[in-house]
Write a protein that binds this ligand. Structure first.
Ligand SMILES: *[C@@H]1O[C@H](CO)[C@@H](O)[C@H](O)[C@H]1NC(C)=O
Ligand SMILES: *[C@@H]1O[C@H](CO)[C@@H](O)[C@H](O)[C@H]1NC(C)=O
Ligand SMILES: *[C@@H]1O[C@H](CO)[C@@H](O)[C@H](O)[C@H]1NC(C)=O
Length: 378
C-alpha cells in the first residue's frame, strides 16, 4: 500500500506556492558539481548472467539543485495540516526534513560517477532524465569483480572544490537461495494509511514506529533463510526515501535492503494523481517484482504485505506471472478496517494453492518465525 491519501495535502501546498518547473540545462553528461545535491539509493547487486565473475548493480540516483528555499513549501504544508486539524507546533524542523525532497528541483543531463568498495570497476550513470522523471537516473552498471562481502559502499563525489560525498549501500546477493519482498507502510511500519489524519501525522510529524514483533520476525528470517536479500517495495513517493531508509536501517538493522519507491514528480500533478490510484500501485509493484525477477530469476521469495491496499492482488498476480518457484510464499497482515473478506483474498490469490499464502493477525506475528519457509512451508 502507499500514501495516496497524503498527496492532496502536498498538492494543496504546491498549488498555493507553485514550484519552479524549469529545469537547469547545463549540457548533457555534465558531472555533478558544487551546485548540485545527489541522492543515491541503496541498490541490489547480482551476478552478471552473460559474464561469470562480473557483478552488476541496478543503481538509481536523483540529482537536484542544492540551494532551495523550502520556506514556502513548509508553510504551505503546515497550513494544509492545520485544515486537517493537525498543529505542527514545535515539529517544524521534522516536517521540513521529511518534505524537503518534495521541494527539490531535479536536474536533467547529469552524470553520476560512483566508486564501490571492494569492486574493481567504477560506475558511471549517464544522463539524469528530463520530465517526467526529472533528475532521476536508473541504470544497470558493471561493478567488475567484487569481494565476497554482502554490503559495499557506493560513494559519489562531486567535481571541483567540493569535498562532499554521497553514499549508498550496495547489497550483493547470489542468484540462488532466498529473498524477502516486503511492503513498508502498515506491514513493517505503522502508517495508518486508512486514516488520512493519522497517516499525515505518522508520515510528517511522529517518530516512525514498527509494527510490533516485525523487526524480531525479520531478524529471525534473516537467519532461517540464510541471509536472504530483503527488498522493500513500496508505493510511496521517492521523496520519502531518506525517512524510510533511516527507519529500515535502524529499526530493521538485521534485515536491511534496498527500498524501491515510485518516481512521483510534483510538477506533473495529473500523472501524480494517476499513480496514486490503487490500480496504478498494483501495476507499479508488479513491475518492480519483474525487475527483481530479472536480477534473481533463480531465487525464491517470501512476499510480505498487508490488506490495506493491493498487496494481496499484487502478490497473487506475481505468483501467476513468475511461478510458485519464484514467489514461494506470501504473508498478508490483516489490518483492521480494510477489506478482509474471504472473497477478496480468494479473488486476489486465484490460481494460487491455499498452502502458498497466509493471512495473519498481529497476534500471529511471533509464531510466523516458527514456519519453515526454507523447507517449503508457508
Ligand atoms: C524512475 O525514473 C527513471 C529515469 O527515468 C526510470 O529509469 C525508472 O524506471 C523510473 N522508476 C520507476 C519505478 O518508474
Ligand atoms: C556511460 O558511458 C560510459 C562512456 O560511454 C560507458 O563506459 C558506461 O558504461 C556508461 N554507463 C552505463 C551505466 O551504461
Ligand atoms: C562514505 O563512505 C566513505 C567510504 O566508506 C567514508 O569514508 C565516508 O565517510 C562516507 N561519507 C558519508 C557522508 O557517510
Amino acid at each position: 500500500m502507499q500514501l495516496h491519501s497524503l498527496l492532496p495535502v502536498v498538492i494543496f501546498a504546491l498549488s498555493v506556492h507553485a514550484l519552479p518547473t524549469r529545469h537547469h540545462e547545463r549540457g548533457i553528461f555534465d558531472s555533478v558539481g558544487t551546485l548540485d545535491n545527489v541522492l543515491v539509493f541503496d541498490a541490489p547487486a547480482f551476478p552478471d548472467p552473460a559474464n561469470p565473475g562480473n557483478t552488476l548493480v541496478n543503481l538509481q540516483a536523483f540529482v537536484s539543485l542544492r540551494q532551495i528555499d523550502l520556506g514556502p513549501l513548509t508553510s504551505g504544508i503546515s497550513a494544509a495540516l492545520k485544515t486537517l486539524g493537525l498543529d505542527v507546533g514545535n515539529k517544524l524542523s521534522t516536517v521540513e526534513e521529511r518534505i524537503k525532497l518534495f521541494g527539490a528541483i531535479g536536474l536533467s543531463g547529469k552524470t553520476v560517477k560512483a566508486t564501490v568498495s571492494g569492486c574493481s570497476a567504477q560506475v558511471q550513470l549517464n544522463g539524469t532524465s528530463g520530465l517526467p522523471d526529472l533528475g532521476m537516473v536508473l541504470q544497470t552498471a558493471s561493478l567488475g569483480k567484487c569481494g565476497s562481502g554482502k554490503e559495499s559502499i557506493a560513494q559519489v563525489k562531486t567535481s571541483g572544490l567540493d569535498s562532499r560525498t554521497f553514499n549508498a549501500t550496495i547489497f550483493n546477493s547470489p542468484n540462488s537461495g532466498f529473498g524477502v519482498i516486503s511492503d513498508i507502510d502498515d506491514t513493517v511500519k505503522i502508517s495508518n494509511v486508512l486514516d488520512k489524519l493519522a497517516l499525515a501525522k505518522s508520515t510528517l510529524l511522529d517518530d516512525p514506529e514498527p509494527v510490533p514483533g516485525m523487526p524480531e520476525l525479520y531478524a529471525s528470517l534473516a537467519k532461517s533463510l540464510n541471509d536472504p536479500q530483503f527488498v522493500y517495495v513500496s508505493g510511496s513517493p521517492f521523496q520519502l526515501y531518506p525517512f524510510l531508509n533511516n527507519f529500515i536501517d535502524t529499526t530493521y538493522s538485521a534485515s536491511k535492503g534496498p527500498i524501491l519507491l515510485q518516481n512521483l514528480t510534483l510538477v506533473d500533478i495529473p500523472g501524480l494523481l494517476d499513480f496514486a490510484k490503487s490500480d496504478g500501485v498494483q501495476e507499479y509493484k508488479v513491475s518492480m517484482i519483474e525487475r527483481i525477477h530479472g536480477m534473481y530469476p533463480n531465487k525464491k521469495f517470501l512476499a510480505v504485505g498487508d490488506s490495506t491496499q493491493k498487496d494481496p492482488e499484487t502478490y497473487g498476480e506475481a505468483f501467476n506471472k513468475f511461478g510458485a518457484d519464484f514467489i514461494t510464499c506470501s504473508w498478508i497482515r490483516r489490518v483492521e478496517g480494510a477489506d478482509n473478506s474471504d472473497e477478496r483474498f480468494a479473488a486476489a490469490f486465484k490460481g494460487v494453492t491455499a498452502e502458498k499464502f497466509r493471512i495473519y493477525t498481529d497476534a500471529d506475528i511471533p509464531s510466523l518465525a516458527n514456519i519453515n519457509v526454507a523447507g517449503g512451508e508457508c
